[in-house]
Ligand binder design. Sequence first.
Ligand code: NDP
Length: 334
Amino acid sequence: MSVNRVVRLAKRPAPGLISPDIFEIRDEPMPEPAEGEFRVAIEYVSLDPAMRGWVNEGKSYVPPVGLGDVMRAFAVGRVEVSRHPDFKEGDAVAGLLGAQSHAICDGRNVQRADTSIAPLQSWIGGLGMPGWTAYFGLLRVGALKEGDTVVVSAASGAVGQIVGQIARIKGARAVGIAGGERKCRALIEEDGFDAAVDYKAGDLAADLDKACPDGIDVYFESVGGEILDAVLPRMNTFGRIAVCGLISAYNATSVPDGPKNLRYLLTSRLKMQGFIVFDFADELPVALADLSQWVSQGRLKFREDVREGGLDVFPQTLNLLFSGDNFGKLSLKV
Ligand code: NDP
């Protein structure tokens, strides 16, 4: 008898990296779709830094995952049984299907994954939530203009690699900040960034000066902490900072220090705005059309880091995001 392999949240984590035992991973009876529903056989589950926040109690932009609930996760797969008029066996769909091998769906809040444009796993990557985040964060929140210098942190990851490539497509100068020589080299040689800064090399301020001789117009912030403090003094007058994420603080065991260089918000008349990708849900078709077109034209590429081991290695794979051991969009093959 076939079963559904499911990752459920068993307990709240302590501050710091999550320990695997906060999740219970088990086999459950295969769910059957009711009239108007279909069952998806999930092929790839996305690992996202936001998951670290989703398992915490407390106020955020979405309610926490409930104790005992299936872990919230983007995933992509194919319809295997359908009692829905618009979805048939074999259709590829992506959405918040959960960290499990099979999901029941009523067709709302899923996208069709057109594998003639990009492979299945790209629909939880560059053509999925991380791609939309890069698109809206850079173009709407960052208000990118042709000729701008854009700096993006966590640049080799799921979101950052897309930010840099969109910046180049839009006629801007793209500078990526990433950890280590291998990631920085790939940004320039494979992703087309104009310059890359290795924040682990020891001289972030001087390296940023070298990479951005005309200052910074848009900073796409994914990290926070010391990187934000190094960027702030280098922002040009009326520059924009799109606060996408603050990953350096997600596993903090005490309240992190605030930015030391906030005075540049005033003296350089900067605009700094946080955003959540879902704020732009109404505009999703526009983003998908542009991203798909750039992929089809060969102007946008995706670096994907797909891990084996199935759902059983979900907890330890999630932690790779916080040690920087992922290289590109991290997902698990189910
Ligand atoms: P990535 O694929 O970029 O993986 C995370 C990367 O962050 C790691 O590879 C590592 O890269 C870097 N990193 C981890 N810890 C630190 C640290 N302490 N200091 C500096 N860098 C660190 O993840 P995503 O692209 O999925 O996410 C990037 C950011 O975007 C996150 O902050 C995430 O929360 C945010 N996000 C926000 C969304 C929104 O709607 N606002 C939606 C999606 C993502 P390296 O080796 O270079 O250090």
